[in-house]
Design a protein around this ligand. Structure first.
Ligand code: LIP
Length: 308
């Protein structure tokens, strides 16, 4: 029997026509302005905090779901700064953040909603490993339409808004045109926080083996930034060919999803035949642009054939 790497969709996106029309009310120019405000907030206020506090929270973190799912007071403080700033700028928009999310109560509607991870890569942040970043996305009608991901340690600012292109440090992202095949790909794969044998953990490890084995996908290699948002951005600018994970959340991927789409990439479900998924599906396969749509679709089907 084939197992499914799945997560009960805890958050349902309620499609209501009234709000749908609101999504058309935000022009690409308005989205660009929101993008610029998020870039400024990331660069001027959040980046300096992440940069100065990374590697200073040893022994000062708490467990969440388990002892490898971590949070610090800085995560909570940064989310509060972002929430206050965005609520004052956009009082009619909703806000969902990793540290204030309430499973089963918080729901993503079709209203304009900021979906924010104050520190993506918290474990990296605690260890002083320079792959933590702030990830701020805006979803309208459930679709990621603005994304800003900033890693101040490596001075990497990725940003995009629907219809306005994707940027890396203010340079428009152009993914080098080249063929896309599973065998010649470098793919981000994460250990994640779910580690119990006999669960999704086994499916993940089995899938990694299937992809890497010379009797399986025989891919060029796998990488693991420890940050979904950074992985999405590296797929967006073509440094990675794909990223696959089950278990991360809407706030991990919302911003990177917009950045990736604006650079010609696609996001589908991590399980077979899931071509069209909601932002909170919690199981994703992100694939780069710089190739034909038909190549992306063939790559996705090849990848899915290796999911355990
Ligand atoms: C992290 C994700 C990463 C996942 C980690 C963790 P956090 O988010 O970005 O993809 O593998 O387990 O969930 O918790 O650092 O914000």
């Amino acid at each position: 029997t084939t197992s499914t790497l799945y997560y009960p969709i805890k958050l349902l996106i309620k499609h209501t026509p009234i709000v749908e029309t609101m999504s058309e009310a935000l022009s690409s120019q308005e989205l660009k302005e929101i993008e610029n405000n998020l870039v400024r907030l990331a660069k001027d206020e959040i980046g300096p905090v992440l940069k100065s506090k990374s590697g200073t929270q040893f022994g000062q973190f708490d467990d969440k779901a388990n002892q490898v799912d971590l949070v610090t007071v800085i995560d909570k403080k940064v989310e509060s700064i972002i929430n206050k700033r965005l609520t004052s700028l956009y009082p009619d928009f909703e806000f969902i953040g990793e540290e204030t999310f309430k499973p089963g109560l918080t729901s993503i509607t079709n209203s304009p909603t900021f979906i924010v991870d104050p520190i993506d890569g918290t474990t990296n942040f605690i260890h002083g490993y320079p792959y933590s970043c702030v990830s701020m996305g805006l979803a309208v009608g459930g679709e990621p339409v603005v994304g800003v991901v900033y890693n101040p340690h490596l001075n990497m600012m990725f940003h995009a808004s629907k219809g306005n292109g994707s940027f890396f440090n203010d340079e428009l992202i152009h993914v080098t045109k080249r063929s896309l095949t599973l065998q010649q790909s470098v793919i981000a794969l994460e250990s994640g926080a779910e580690r119990s044998p006999g669960s999704n953990f086994d499916i993940k490890m089995e899938t990694y083996k299937n992809l890497l084995s010379d009797k399986g996908g025989y891919i060029h290699g796998s990488r693991s930034a420890g940050s979904a948002a950074m992985n999405m951005c590296y797929v967006a600018n073509g440094m990675l060919d794909a990223y696959w994970e089950g278990g991360c959340w809407a706030w991990d991927v919302c911003a990177g999803w917009c950045i990736l789409k604006e650079s010609g990439g696609i996001v589908v479900g991590g399980n077979k035949d899931e071509w069209d998924i909601p932002v909170d599906r919690r199981c994703y396969l992100a694939v780069r642009g710089g190739c034909e749509k038909s190549e992306q679709q063939y790559f996705v089907k090849s990848f899915w054939s290796h999911v355990a």
